[in-house]
Ligand binder design. Structure first.
Ligand code: SF4
Length: 228
């Protein structure tokens, strides 16, 4: 189910001109989620028809390079693979954003050459995962997605939204050890605003200086590591 569409972005697909498709629904309830309208079913607005998006894409062949599919959580949508096939038939590159909870879906998409870039959130070190995502989580699935992506040959990144009240410096170091030797890992600064849990609008953020100091502790684990 498509809940939103952005016709152009320069920043969401590395080095590509792209558009963004937002899918509805998510199996997590991260307190800091910026997209509650795509996560909570009672807030879903009008859904877009797939044909509307595909018809826009047909007119952008040769002008846009990629399509970012994000959410919500795209991999819980049963129609995802068929939709991506149609997008790929138009010769667009596909970047998939995921929370990594559905490794079986990722595996199928990777095997069939349907994704060109994967961005997976690493929400927390294993012992804090359920707290941070506000839902039941199968950690074996999360770890399976991490290993699958790292060995896939598909371009990828991992990223963590860091909130001072939620993840300590040691927690971030633990995550870095967990996904050590990944190609890219980004720390995403939390920007208070509209969040799924409204109390998170007031949570503490790390300062730029603190984030730089954390980065210096973990960056040698990765080929590329930066703050966003
Ligand atoms: S931030 Fe969490 S709740 Fe929001 S879409 Fe991503 S995984 Fe789902």
């Amino acid at each position: 189910m498509i809940g939103g569409f952005q016709k152009f972005t320069l920043i969401d697909y590395p080095e590509k001109l792209a558009c963004i498709v937002f899918t509805q629904g998510c199996n997590f309830r991260c307190h800091y989620c910026y997209n509650p309208d795509l996560v909570l079913p009672d807030r879903f607005k009008n859904t877009l028809r797939e044909e509307e998006v595909l018809s826009f894409l047909e007119k952008r062949v040769g002008l846009l390079e990629g399509v970012v599919i994000t959410g919500g959580e795209p991999t819980i949508n049963v129609g995802l693979k068929d939709f991506i096939k149609k997008v790929k038939d138009l010769s667009f590159l596909v970047k998939l954003d995921t929370n990594g909870s559905m490794p079986q879906v990722l595996e199928e998409l990777i095997k069939e050459g349907l994704v060109d870039y994967i961005a997976m959130d690493i929400k927390a070190p294993p012992e804090k995962y359920a707290d941070v995502v506000g839902a039941h989580v199968n950690l074996k699935d999360i770890d399976r997605s991490v290993r699958l992506i790292m060995s896939s040959g598909v371009d990828y990144e991992f990223r963590t939204t860091v909130i001072k009240d939620q993840l300590s410096v040691q927690d971030i170091v633990s995550i870095a050890k967990w996904i050590r030797s990944a190609k890219r890992y980004y720390l995403q600064k939390f920007l208070p605003g509209k969040t799924l849990d409204p109390t998170f609008a007031y949570k503490n953020t790390y300062s730029d200086e603190e984030l730089r100091s954390i980065l210096s502790l973990i960056k040698d684990n990765f080929f590329e590591c930066a703050i966003r």
